[in-house]
Design a protein around this ligand. Structure first.
Ligand SMILES: N[C@@H](CCC(=O)N[C@@H](CS)C(=O)NCC(=O)O)C(=O)O
Length: 210
């Protein structure tokens, strides 16, 4: 088994944090997406979407999508559970992870990719060209990301972690998103003290360095 990884990218980081929480060691190979290695034929055969991470199993089966990879490891190594143990907890975690991804990460990624010069003509991940940056998309992405942070702060006033009392995949998705926002110098706003408390607690976990 091998994980196709890239140290500077947020989605592979989600998987690395997940593995670190479960203390699972997986050999990794680096795909330098800044150099276009995701578009090389060998990689495209593994993932035609040309994105990392990709988990390649020993029989050659390739699993892309961070959450799909994490689910694979959750099935194989159920403890500590990061997707929930019973129907109610699983559903709550799914709800918060979807919110973190769809209302947090995706708008923020739009803001980053439609703003940074490095992504000129590459505003969509996994495509070598043909998607020019649209400044208005960056603006709207940032507005939506800030709304997400406001909602997160309110949620974290009630509970230590996104889905409740226990750390979960939803916290990993949200944490990696908040750190990704540093790329465009977007920080946790002053006054979001519950969010700041949660952020400090997650940053102090050994998995945050993975
Ligand atoms: N939904 C995918 C997103 C994967 C993704 O966007 N990966 C980025 C790195 S964080 C990538 O590979 N980008 C390639 C590119 O910029 O062309 C997942 O969760 O794995």
């Amino acid at each position: 088994m091998i994980l196709h990884d890239f140290p500077l990218a947020p989605n592979p980081r989600r998987v690395r944090m997940f593995l670190a929480e479960k203390r699972i060691m997986v050999p990794r190979v680096q795909v330098d997406i800044r150099d276009g290695a995701q578009f090389a034929e060998g990689f495209r055969r593994r993932n035609p979407w040309s994105t990392v991470p990709v988990l390649e199993l020993d029989d050659g089966c390739c699993i892309a999508e961070s959450v799909a990879i994490c689910r694979y490891f959750e099935e194989r190594h159920p403890e500590p559970s990061l997707f929930g143990r019973d129907a109610r907890e699983k559903a709550r975690i799914e709800m918060w992870n979807r919110r973190a991804e769809l209302d947090g990460y995706v708008p923020l990624a739009d803001a980053v990719r439609n703003r940074l010069a490095r992504f000129a003509d590459r505003a969509v991940a996994g495509l070598p060209s043909g998607f020019p940056q649209i400044p208005a998309v960056a603006v709207r992405g940032l507005e939506r990301y800030r709304l997400f942070l406001e909602r997160l702060d309110r949620r974290l006033a009630e509970r230590p972690f996104l889905a409740g009392e226990r750390f979960s995949i939803a916290d990993i998705t949200a944490f990696v998103t908040v750190e990704f926002a540093n790329r465009i110098d977007e920080r946790i706003p002053e006054g979001h003290r519950h969010l700041a408390r949660w952020y400090a607690a997650v940053a102090a976990r050994p998995s945050a360095a993975a």
